[in-house]
Design a protein around this ligand. Structure first.
Ligand code: ZN
Length: 185
């Protein structure tokens, strides 16, 4: 099926598919099926859902790595979104969100590696430590990253085999936040 769209004389004359009818009006024929498909996808876009939640952490130690995949899964369940994207980011510049393996040996290796790259002590080695002592935490966070984005497929986090989401705390002992933002349908 086709829909015929009329235009005032002159408006569409430059368009090679425009046809002048017996009353001198220009018209074009638009196929109905693609028009409906486009309209439905447009309305689907308008119906996109959005979800936002903050997760709170108060780590009792200066540094810790915490698997937050269960919390993100809970957010996904609450959102009701089946297809889309989830963004998870630390809301502090001394903490990270990253994806890797939930394996204690690896977590120990991260701790040793990060301490080599940006040792906490002596705090006097850093210019940032004027009134605070967390320059190393800023640097550790920079290496481990601010955020992750994970695809949502069929209502699940679309992970590779060993992927898990972690909160990396590098200057704990105070309340801190992680943002979870989910968009999709
Ligand atoms: Zn600082």
């Amino acid at each position: 099926m086709w829909i015929r769209v009329h235009f005032k004389p002159g408006v569409m004359e430059y368009w090679s598919t425009g046809v002048v009818d017996s009353r001198g009006r220009n018209h074009v024929l638009i196929p109905l099926k693609p028009l409906l498909q486009y309209s439905i996808s447009y309305l689907g876009g308008l119906a996109m859902k959005s979800y936002r939640k903050e997760l709170f952490f108060k780590v009792p130690t200066r540094r810790a790595l915490i698997n937050i995949t269960p919390e993100v899964n809970e957010c996904l369940r609450e959102s009701g979104i089946k297809e889309g994207l989830v963004l998870v980011n630390a809301m502090h510049i001394t903490a990270s969100v990253f994806i890797n393996d939930d394996e204690s040996g690896l977590h120990h290796d991260y701790e040793v590696w990060l301490e080599k790259l940006a040792p906490h002590e002596p705090v006097s080695q850093y210019r940032h430590n004027v009134g605070e002592d967390n320059a190393d935490a800023h640097m550790k966070r920079q290496i481990m990253g601010r955020e992750v984005v994970v695809a949502i497929s069929d209502g699940k986090l679309d992970f590779g085999t060993w992927e898990q989401i972690f909160y990396g705390e590098f200057d704990g002992r105070r309340k801190k936040r992680v943002l979870v933002k989910i968009i999709g349908e």
